[in-house]
Design a protein around this ligand. Structure first.
Ligand SMILES: Cc1cc2nc3c(=O)[nH]c(=O)nc-3n(C[C@H](O)[C@H](O)[C@H](O)COP(=O)(O)OP(=O)(O)OC[C@H]3O[C@@H](n4cnc5c(N)ncnc54)[C@H](O)[C@@H]3O)c2cc1C
Length: 383
């Protein structure tokens, strides 16, 4: 997830591996690596079928194959100047193009967290950038409209062009023209596709339950004995809805991996689940979104005009369904814990240390009082 910092030169290639390279890790923790692609997990044989046709047997297995960038099969998607961003190899490729060719105009398709990171790096290189999405506003899966509008206002002020409510129809001239369903088009020197990911679940055989991701319980067990799954390829619990869902973020993958590891080693450990959330720093802004922005409710807006901070909380039936913060990063940990606590049904009150931290971070007292009043009304919440 640090690849865009590598492309723009903020990080060296090795620094994209903050825990170290796999070889170093294998020496430190004494594990054996086989560099190959697994074709299938054969759940009944308790074996994996490798790329070279050989099988390898296991007592227990963890599937943690992550996800891949999804590129829709529109005409021209395989053009020479069309890129996606998931792996370090993708990053190497984009970096090479940016260094080797004169790129003046780029189109980024997908106003997502990855999309904005790409806009950031292109902008830093002085490349004119158009951010495109079929949704009507930026961060459609995380931002409430008024916060999105403020981010857009700032982006356009910096010279980033925005093209929202635009469905992509085709990419022409090898990636030098993007054509929309409404007939309009934009010419450019490269196209970066960031419209989402697809879980790598294909290695699961027919006995393993797969929806969008491989379905797991709180111990990261699949429906098949001794087969565990964690990370972006798995569907764990969304605490807010109680449904299984892929929550494709690093924090979730790490916690799921830790839980799976403990259980595989014989320690019973449960991971209750997570909520949808995004914490993104880009172009001098901090955006934080917690909860499901598609949930309806009454919206409360708090602004700290002195510091230029915006806080929005949406509430339904006395329960917060989502929160957005713009430019207030320091409070994110406390508020994330608060939301997870609420969605998880733990019903703990906000402690005084958390309250002081929120006040110190400039969270308006009115908002803190609101959150506190909810903490005390657990019966209401339960209803
Ligand atoms: C540009 C970018 C920015 C991001 N920014 C953020 C962010 O700011 N915050 C955040 O929380 N998350 C971010 N993410 C998401 C985050 O990177 C993922 O949630 C996280 O990497 C998931 O970890 P994982 O181990 O499940 O999967 P991955 O990191 O995808 O690892 C899966 C591994 O499995 C291997 N593999 C796949 N199939 C096979 C097979 N058949 N056989 C053998 N090996 C296989 C792959 O090669 C890969 O090494 C970002 C992602 C990208 C691409």
């Amino acid at each position: 997830m640090l690849t865009t910092y590598y492309i723009c030169g903020k990080l060296q290639r090795e620094a994209t591996l903050p825990f170290g390279a796999i070889k170093e890790l294998s020496q430190k923790y004494n594990f054996h690596i086989i560099t190959t692609s697994v074709q299938k997990v054969l759940s009944e044989e308790k074996a994996v079928l490798l790329q070279d046709g050989k099988t390898k047997y296991y007592d227990q297995i963890l599937i943690s194959t992550g996800a891949r960038a999804f590129v829709p099969p529109i005409p021209g998607h395989e053009g020479e100047r069309v890129f996606s961003m998931r792996t370090i190899e993708d990053a190497d490729y984009v970096r090479k193009i940016l260094e080797g060719r004169e790129i003046k105009r780029a189109v980024v398709v997908g106003a997502s967290m990855v999309g904005i990171k790409l806009v950031e790096l292109l902008y830093a290189r002085g490349i004119h950038c158009t951010l495109v999405d079929m949704a009507p506003y930026i961060f459609p899966l995380a931002a409430v409209p008024c916060v999105a509008a403020e981010i857009e206002r700032r982006l356009t002020g910096m010279g980033v062009a925005l093209a929202f409510s635009k469905a992509l129809k085709a990419i022409e001239e090898d990636g030098q023209r993007v054509v929309f369903a409404d007939g309009e088009s934009i010419s450019c020197d490269m196209v970066l596709m960031c419209i989402g990911t697809r879980a790598n679940t294909e290695i699961a055989d027919e006995n393993i339950t797969v929806n969008r991701g491989i379905v797991v319980d709180k111990r990261m067990r699949t429906n098949m004995q001794d087969i565990y799954c964690a990370g972006d390829c798995s569907e764990g619990c969304n605490l807010q809805t109680g449904d299984n869902q892929i929550i494709g973020i690093w924090d979730n993958a790490a916690r799921q991996g830790e839980t799976a590891g403990a259980n595989m080693a014989g320690v019973v450990k449960e991971y209750e689940g997570n909520m949808l959330h995004n914490i993104t720093h880009f172009m001098g802004m901090d955006f934080i979104g917690f909860g499901d922005v598609k949930s309806e409710g009454e919206e409360f807006l708090y602004e700290n005009k002195e510091k230029g901070e915006t806080f929005v909380i949406r509430v339904k039936g006395n329960k917060p369904v989502c929160m957005n913060f713009l430019d207030s990063y320091g409070a994110s940990g406390v508020l994330k814990a608060y939301m997870i606590n609420k969605f998880g049904g733990a019903g703990r009150q906000m402690d005084s240390v958390s309250k002081v931290r929120l006040l110190n971070e400039g969270i308006p007292e009115k908002l803190i009082n609101f959150l506190e009043s909810n903490s005390e009304e657990e019966d209401e919440w339960e209803k």
